[in-house]
Design a protein around this ligand. Sequence first.
Ligand code: SF4
Length: 374
Amino acid sequence: MTAAPEIKGWCPGALRPMLSGDGWVVRVRPYGGRLKSAQADGLASLCAAHGNGLIDLSNRANIQLRGVREQTHGQLLEGLRALGLLDDAVELESRRNIVVQPFWQAGDDTALITDDLAMLLAQDGLPTLSGKFGYAVDAGPVPVLSSTPADIRLERNSTGNLIVVAEGSDMGKIVSRSQAAREMIALALWFAANNGTHTRMGTLIADGKALPEGFDTLRQKSMCRQAPGLNDAGALVALAFGQMTSVALSGLAKHGDLRMTPWRMVLIEGASRMPVIDGIITTPDDPLLRVVACTGAPGCAQSLGDTRMLARQLAPHIQAPFHISGCAKGCAHPRAAALTVTATADGYDIIRNGTAADIPDRKGLTPDTLTKAI
Ligand code: SF4
């Protein structure tokens, strides 16, 4: 029988790394979601020196260095501190969990409110919430982070007002720019006082908890899909499976300052042409953009099979988005997908219109028989 996947319930950081199948995972949270060119280049060097040369971009726009050796973790932290990429304490690192709308312009509402929020989260006296509890600052004309997980959001309604939103609710509270970050913290405090056994805002709201007064403005619906290409803010490039090598990161750094996104993409600030870098996707029709695949074996100790080699094999044959998971946990895409392939102890299962853990339509396939079955 296949063992149930282990749920860890916390996220790694730089100061508190997590052990994985290929060594320690060290997560770095760039301030404001941005790496100056020199920081990106320095981070690439640290990854090559202390890790296995692989870097993941998480679905909350964080950077994860993989394969870090325990013996040199201290040296890595010194390097991160020198680059200005290290918080002073685990609690602070954990709390500063902010995804930033990556197309911001200097001095706009997104940039200013992000700074305000980071400053408030650095203060003492805030309640300790789950390490997964996070914020999104998304104050452009139309929200672009609606499908990015966040317990508390700042976005704009259809008449252009800034609103604070609790995850799981269609209503927001109108706030001024100067008070926006304080209102987000006030909502976090309300959560801490009312959450009962819930660790996340979405489940508390789904459980029927009514929000405090003022949350009475309808949110704007948004279905933004991003693709590699040039835009007003620069060049958006994609990473297959959200992963790049330290060499690729160093190559990106040569083109400018970088903004991390939650879409497995990196924005090169102000670039006016697409870069040519090994392993970096620059065209929207690349088959690898259709597949979501978790780390799989050997990088994840819980994986029951390879995922990414298989994804490269299958992607050219499948025209719709699909998901490959190394076990039933389905980390890379916890929701249902039209097509999911899950590795099991007895081969690969196919699940249609379900999650990695749902009852399969076909069981026990091999990489070769999978191609035909799909
Ligand atoms: S879904 Fe993938 S990354 Fe997550 S635990 Fe399973 S094998 Fe590991």
